[in-house]
Design a protein around this ligand. Structure first.
Ligand SMILES: N[C@@H](CCC(=O)N[C@@H](CS)C(=O)NCC(=O)O)C(=O)O
Length: 199
């Protein structure tokens, strides 16, 4: 039996998409959350000194999206054809580009708030329009079944809502997609029972 250990900090952050995929597929995994105080002493034991890392039967896999894509393949969440797979990949990459452009490390709260406002006003509407166009009047972002892009949209929606509640109010179809993802029983259970963290 394959043993999975997902190692990250006590946050949703870059690990939550993989946690969603584990939950969706009903695959058991160890959800190891490193305390920041312990990090300096163990950082160099990881391949590039960064998390998340997925340990698969002792092998250490790095990069959050490579990890999630590996798991999405196992869970049947990549998309139903080569083109659908590429579309789902592109949606994930576009959501990720925006997420990593958020000034997470800005220490000055006032400057941080200004930068987030500017980013949400200048870049997010275009991304939301693109997602909503992609969705059209279908149930899921790609094809006629759920993919890891839908799960990532839920992860990002949760994070962006924590920063700017109501940010997607002008995109009702995308808000409905959030509810659809939450309606998947295994995910509903994960979301209800996961550790509560700010991000
Ligand atoms: N591109 C990498 C980035 C990984 C990354 O920057 N991880 C951060 C946490 S979100 C980290 O390990 N920070 C601690 C450090 O750099 O010492 C990924 O997506 O996995």
């Amino acid at each position: 039996m394959t043993c999975y250990k997902l190692i990250y900090f006590n946050m949703r952050g870059r690990a939550e998409l993989s946690r969603y995929i584990f939950a969706y597929a009903g695959i058991n995994f160890e959800d190891q959350r490193v305390e920041w105080k312990d990090w300096p002493s163990i950082k160099n034991t990881f391949p590039l000194g960064k998390l998340p890392v997925l340990e698969v039967n002792g092998f250490l896999l790095t990069q959050s999206l490579a990890i999630a894509r590996y798991l999405a393949k196992k869970a049947g969440l990549l998309g139903g054809s080569d083109l659908a797979t590429a579309q789902a990949d592109a949606l994930v990459d576009n959501l990720n580009d925006f997420t990593i452009s958020i000034p997470w490390r800005e220490n000055d709260p006032k400057i941080k708030a200004q930068k987030i406002d500017k980013l949400f006003q200048s870049h997010l509407p275009k991304l939301l329009d693109y997602l909503q166009r992609h969705l059209g009047d279908r149930e899921w972002l790609v094809g006629d079944s759920v993919t890891w892009a839908d799960l990532y949209w839920h992860v990002c929606f949760t994070t962006f809502s924590a920063l700017r509640p109501g940010f997607a109010d002008r995109h009702p179809a995308l808000c409905a997609l959030v509810k659809r993802v939450e309606g998947i029983p295994n995910l509903a259970q994960w979301i209800q029972n996961r550790p509560v963290t700010e991000f």
